[in-house]
Design a protein around this ligand. Structure first.
Ligand SMILES: [Zn+2]
Length: 68
């Protein structure tokens, strides 16, 4: 089952300063259709994030127990 990678029109990247739960570094967050990942620019920790719109505002929700 393959999907064509056609997320450029929908994927969004943004940076969250000091948001890494592991080291407190800057997070680079990529949001695509159906999934979102954060990558720490300092310690390179990857973690899935949940995003959604809350009251018309873009919001990111860290899953509980994010530390492995
Ligand atoms: Zn980090």
């Amino acid at each position: 089952m393959e999907r064509t990678v056609e997320t450029s029109s929908q994927a969004r990247d943004f940076r969250l300063p000091d948001a890494c739960v592991a080291c407190g570094g800057d997070l680079s967050v990529r949001v695509g259709p159906g999934s979102a990942w954060s990558a720490c620019l300092a310690c390179h920790r990857l973690a899935p994030v949940r995003v959604g719109e809350v009251n018309g505002e873009f919001a990111m929700l860290h899953p509980p127990g994010g530390l492995a």
